[in-house]
Ligand binder design. Structure first.
Ligand code: PLP
Length: 284
């Protein structure tokens, strides 16, 4: 089956799909995106992704993009046409194509691109054995709450993690507090078994997995607080883990080469991972 992409109103063979060279996404990173997981042919937490998309578009003042109804039709059509049972849907909306000028163009209209591909859920061994992270300075802009396609700082950070043999890089603000990973949210469990993650301020992306997990934690009655934590607190925490649409929940067993607790996935992380996977399976 050859891959199909949705580009600006039509379905095209993936290898021929293209946007204009003066698309503002290409020239200014003037756009937003979403990645939605597909499990057993179903879109996981689609409503939360669409709500965040609308917020990102509003914050960037990109008007007139496809409404939720037609977008949902495109998502389903892309899953069907690409034969995706387990994988992802990627959506990108830019301000459109116009002669290069920083200010908003008068005539441009948003360009919507949707792709979908098969992928396996993360290797279960990552969940069982845990992963390592390094810490790096957070050099990003001050509106990380917007899911903007301007990801070069995240790209550089993830590459540093790869080169250090780590799964992820946790970014750290100027006062030593962890903001988030380059494509994941960061969590710790304190000595009192309280689950901690930074509040959804403008320094982090309010992850859909984060929101789903908070709901699970609250319903189960675990101790929970939304507050910043420092690198030192994370290194000496009882447990640590990260979350994202594509990673699910992965225990963090080492930070900058220092084992977290005894260097194995913590019990609460494993319970929460199982609960999150059950939540995703329920929706699928
Ligand atoms: N933080 C950043 C910077 C991200 O890019 C992502 C996902 O791409 C996340 C957090 C996790 O968000 P979600 O759970 O919605 O995938």
């Amino acid at each position: 089956m050859s891959r199909i992409a949705y580009v600006d109103g039509s379905y095209r063979p993936h290898r021929e799909a293209a946007v204009h060279i003066e698309d503002r996404g290409y020239q200014f990173a003037d756009g937003v995106y979403e990645v939605v997981a597909v499990r057993n042919g179903q879109l996981i937490d689609e409503a939360l992704h669409l709500a965040r998309l609308r917020r990102s578009l509003a914050e960037l003042r990109i008007d007139g993009a496809l409404a939720d109804g037609p977008l949902k039709v495109v998502f389903r059509e892309m899953i069907r046409r690409n034969g995706v049972v387990n994988g992802i849907v990627y959506l990108q909306i830019t301000r459109g194509a116009a002669p290069r000028d920083h200010a908003f163009p008068k005539a441009a209209r948003p360009v919507v691109v949707v792709t979908s591909r098969r992928s396996r859920p993360p290797d279960p061994r990552l969940g069982e054995n845990g992963i390592s992270v390094i810490t790096i300075p957070d050099i990003r802009w001050q509106r990380c709450d917007i899911k903007s396609i301007a990801l070069v700082a995240n790209v550089l950070g993830k590459q540093r993690a790869r080169e250090a043999g780590a799964y992820e890089a946790w970014q750290v603000d100027e006062v030593g507090r962890v903001t988030e990973g380059t494509s994941t949210n960061a969590w710790i469990v304190t000595g009192d078994n309280e689950v901690i993650t930074r509040a959804a301020d403008s320094a982090i992306l309010n992850g859909v997995t984060r929101l789903a997990l908070i709901e699970i934690i609250r319903r189960a009655g675990y101790g929970f607080a939304e507050r910043p934590f420092t690198v030192a607190e994370a290194k000496y925490s009882r447990e640590a883990f990260l979350t994202s649409t594509t990673a699910d929940l992965l225990p963090v067993v080492s930070i900058d080469g220092k084992p977290v607790a005894d260097g194995t996935p913590g019990p609460l992380s494993q319970i929460l991972r199982a609960a999150y996977l059950a939540h995703a399976a329920e929706r699928a």
